[in-house]
Design a protein around this ligand. Sequence first.
Ligand SMILES: [Ca+2]
Length: 210
Amino acid sequence: MTTPRHLASLALSLAMGAAPALSQAATSDFYGGSFGSLTDKSFTTYSTTVNGVGLTIQAVSAAATPMVTVRWDGIGMSSGLLEAGELNSQLSGSGDALLLTFSQAVVIDSLDLSGWDVGLLGSAIDKGSITSKGTTYALSQGQSGFLSPITTFSLGQIPASQTFMLSAEGSLSSFRLAGLNVTAVPEASSLAMMALGLAGIGCLRRRQVA
Ligand SMILES: [Ca+2]
């Protein structure tokens, strides 16, 4: 499916083609375009790359065999034919969830959800949460406005982590993960290596001068 939004982002990436990509990497898009088929495909784990960082997605549910579902409008979970592929809330207990495991610690700059409904009075019908390092943050009504097919949440203030849990909450939730934008956070060990490297260059320079 081609939308003005996709054409605009295509034009932007063509325009930026000549310039080296520095801090602004493209948003990973799990929505429309060439992503996914018309009906759900199920995976025990779904692996992809987001802004150059490896990402593995697993389904989490009280159901026996939760599977990751992948369709043109995003990523969700289902435990079988009778359960919708979206991230749904459950009548009791916690709802469907996706465990996102990155190959290194990241900050999630933004997270896109599709099928996220906001009521006429501006209150969210869909409710969700994201858990990082044991703390759960509510995803409230979102920032993209009321008729947009994609609702974007800015999560840069949530601590960097290697794993995040995206969960459906409330009683009427039904949405999918439609995109992510992350920034890798250098680990302490790689910072130490970089410091050693810089010290090494410094020694070399001093020797050359002397
Ligand atoms: Ca579901």
